[in-house]
Design a binder for this molecule. Sequence first.
Ligand code: ADP
Length: 315
Amino acid sequence: MKGRAPARETAGGAPAAVEDERGGGQDRGVAEASITLSDDVHAPTPAVRGEGQPLQDGEPVFEVRGLDFYYGAFKALRDVDLAIGRQRITALIGPSGCGKSTFLRCLNRMNDLIPGTRVDGYIGYHGQDLYGDSVDPIEVRRRIGMVFQKPNPFPKSIYDNVAFGPRVNGRKKDLDDLVERSLRQAALWDEVKDKLKQSAFSLSGGQQQRLCIARAVAVQPEVILMDEPCSALDPIATIRIEELMCELKEDYTIVIVTHNMQQAARVSDVTAFFTAEVDDNGSRTGVLVETDTTNAIFTSPKDQRTDDYITGRFG
Ligand code: ADP
C-alpha cells in the first residue's frame, strides 16, 4: 500500500540548532498539550513474523512510504518505503552518497534546518504524519534524539552537558538523579562520577560520544538516531559503543547509519541496504534496495545489488 502526500518545503520549519536537545515532559512519551504526537507509544504488541527475529513487533514506530527528498533541485532519495520496528536496532548501509544520512535526518525532521530542502511522500510515526501541519518539529526531536558522527559535547561541564536538555525544558527537580541515571544508561557513570564538574572536553573521544548518548537519553526520547557514531573512534571505544547500543535497545528504538558492514552485522537486528542509481544526466539518486533481518541480508540477500555490496564487489 502506498500513500503519497504532497511535497512540503522543510526549510525554516524549526528554529532549533542541530545540537539542540530540548526536553519535553519528565516521563518518556509525555507531550506538551499543544503537541499532537500520540502518547501511546509503548503498548505491548505481538510479533508479526513467525520465525527467528521478527522485522518488527506489531505496529512499526516509523512507516515510510514513497519518500522522495530534495536538496533544492537535486533529488537525493527516491520512493523509499521502510517500516522501522520498536526496540530494534535498524542499520542503514550502502555506498557513500546514497542518501543514508539524509534518510536518517528525515526521521526526526533534522533536514528542516537545511534551507531549500523538500520532502515528498509520507513518514508515519506511530501512525501520525510526522510532517503534518500540527506537528511541532522541536517535540519531534525530543522524542527522536540524535547522536552524530563526531562527538559534539557542549563547552560545559560533564554534568551540565547532560542536564542541558532537561533544564531547557524547565526541569529543576531531581536533576542530580536524572544526570546520574542518564550517565549510567550511557555506561559512563563509573568513569566520571568523581569529576562531574570537569569540562566535557577532558574526556576521551569514546567517553565524549557516550556523554553525547547520555545527553540524548536525558530528555527521555523514544528513538535514538545514530549517524556513524563510531567513525571517529578507536576500535576499543567502538566496541564499547556497540555494547552500549545493545543495552539501550532494551529501552529505545535505534536507527544507525554505518558504512562498517561488520558493525551492522554485529549490532543490528534489521538491515536496510541503500544504493545510488545514476540517471541519463549522471545525477545520482538514493534508493532503498531491500530490507530484511540482518542475518538474511548478510547470508541470503534477495537482490543482486545487495549481494555485490556485501561481498565487496561493489561500493
Ligand atoms: P550517505 O549518508 O549515504 O553518504 P548523504 O545522505 O550524506 O549520503 O548524501 C546523499 C546525497 O545528498 C549526496 O549526493 C550528497 O552530496 C547530497 N547532500 C547531502 N547533504 C547535502 C546538503 N546539505 N546539501 C546538498 N546536498 C547534500
